[in-house]
Design a protein around this ligand. Structure first.
Ligand code: URA
Length: 424
């Protein structure tokens, strides 16, 4: 069928066969279908949706465009984790260390940050010497010896998704439940782990804005996982405010070290423990109660911290070389009140402006910059209190903007509920 007929069929809300999807998407991969026709089809999919069968077919087409990592040489149960991403999201580093310290294998391929969200790989690269590009043999060997390896997503896994995602990013076609589900699941299936926990983020700082959308994508991703004989579990969690207290690459590594040393107790810690417990429950086939006890024990005993350090060393990192900027600026509040909201998106953008992120793939990141939040939701603030501390580039001017507007205050003590809420 001609591409224009495939586009028209979807525009009219009809169901595309796998052959038709292949003609369009494989044709695009091979350069036979131009960007403008693929954009049009993607928009029709966004507006008309896809059936579960179409979503499964598209996932398969993405997977077949590249390699499927063979983890059969890894001794033990492999458990992967994926978060739909956010501001200050360093859960991967925390949960991977905990879960690997409990005997499971965590083969993690992560991405770099783009836009206002940070990437796990950029955070790890703030550690001098840390290698994110292990060969497949090194990756598998480290999984067998250390139990965890975190590397950059290779270009060989689901390369068609990569090409389509880049187009979606600039054509307003990211926010489609079947497209997001097939994009994420194709990479997870191709990465080879037998069990997968998905952290589905909902809220202002996330791709999915409502709980209904999150529930729908959770159902769909579990169905895709089931089709490929992978066990998938999901958690739906908030992404309205930055996670934890630090935003910025080296600062976030320091925060992970504090959390693994039991020096913090906040939503990020609770979220990380809950995700780790889900992975342990799935991986060891035990109750969530027992899994949670093991997670607590791993943290308290320092085993999770030791595992994090072991991974850094195995991948060539020298933690003693980690540096944050010495040029800091305290931001003082120009208002008083009770903090009820914070704008995760604006904080993410600020970190980007300070040099901590990239606007294009080629941009250079300064790992030493970022933001440490001193006031968060639930805190009382007086005029003149420090809201946050900025870590600036060595020669950067101080920020003149009044960052008080990033916070919402009320006079009463009503605090928005950001407690960890598991709904699936
Ligand atoms: N992350 C992905 O990898 N793909 C999407 O479509 C959305 C988020």
């Amino acid at each position: 069928m001609a591409m224009v007929d495939i586009i028209n069929k979807k525009r009219l809300g009809k169901v595309l066969s796998k052959e038709e999807l292949k003609e369009a998407f494989v044709g695009y991969f091979q350069g036979e279908i131009p960007d403008y026709q693929m954009s049009s089809l993607l928009m029709a999919i966004c507006l008309r949706g896809m059936t579960d069968q179409e979503t499964l077919d598209l996932t398969d087409i993405f997977i077949q465009s590249g390699e499927i990592l063979d983890l059969s040489m890894v001794n033990g149960v492999t458990v992967d984790k994926h978060s739909t991403g956010g501001v200050g999201d360093k859960t991967t580093l925390i949960v991977a260390s905990i879960v690997a310290s409990l005997g499971l294998k965590v083969p993690k391929m992560s991405g770099r940050g783009l836009g206002h969200t940070g990437g796990t790989i950029d955070k790890l690269e703030s550690i001098p010497g840390f290698r994110v590009d292990l060969t497949q043999e090194e990756f598998i060997q480290q999984l067998n010896t250390v139990g965890v390896a975190i590397i950059s997503q290779t270009a060989h896994l689901a390369p068609l998704d990569k090409k389509v995602y880049a187009l979606r990013d600039v054509t307003g076609t990211v926010e489609s439940i079947p497209l997001i589900a097939s994009s994420i699941m194709s990479k997870k299936i191709a990465s080879g782990a037998s069990k997968i926990v998905l952290d589905i983020k909902v809220g202002k700082g996330a791709l999915l804005k409502t709980q209904e959308e999150a529930l729908e994508i959770s159902r769909l991703m579990k169905k895709i996982g089931h089709y490929y004989q992978r066990e998938v579990d999901t958690m739906i969690t908030y992404m309205d405010i930055p996670l934890g207290t630090s935003i910025g690459n080296a600062l976030e590594i320091l925060e992970v070290m504090r959390i693994l040393s039991n020096e913090e107790n906040n939503y990020l810690v609770a979220l990380s423990k809950a995700l780790a417990a889900k992975m342990v429950q799935l991986g060891l086939n035990i109750s969530i109660h027992d899994a949670s006890l093991r997670v607590e024990e791993s943290l308290k005993s320092g085993r999770a911290y030791d595992k994090f350090m072991e991974m850094i060393k195995a991948q060539g990192g020298d933690i003693s070389g980690l540096r944050v900027s010495s040029r800091t600026q305290d931001i003082l509040s120009t208002k008083s009140g009770h903090v009820v909201d914070m704008d995760a998106y604006r904080f993410g953008k600020l970190s980007l402006d300070l040099g901590g992120g990239r606007r294009t793939k080629e941009d250079h990141i300064d790992p030493k910059v970022g933001i440490v939040l001193k006031k968060k939701i639930g805190d009382d603030v007086q005029v003149g209190d420090v809201l946050c501390t900025l870590y600036l580039q060595d020669d950067a001017p101080f920020i003149q903007e009044d960052l008080t507007s990033y916070y919402t205050f009320t006079e009463n003590q009503e605090t928005k509920n950001t407690d960890l809420e598991e709904v699936v």
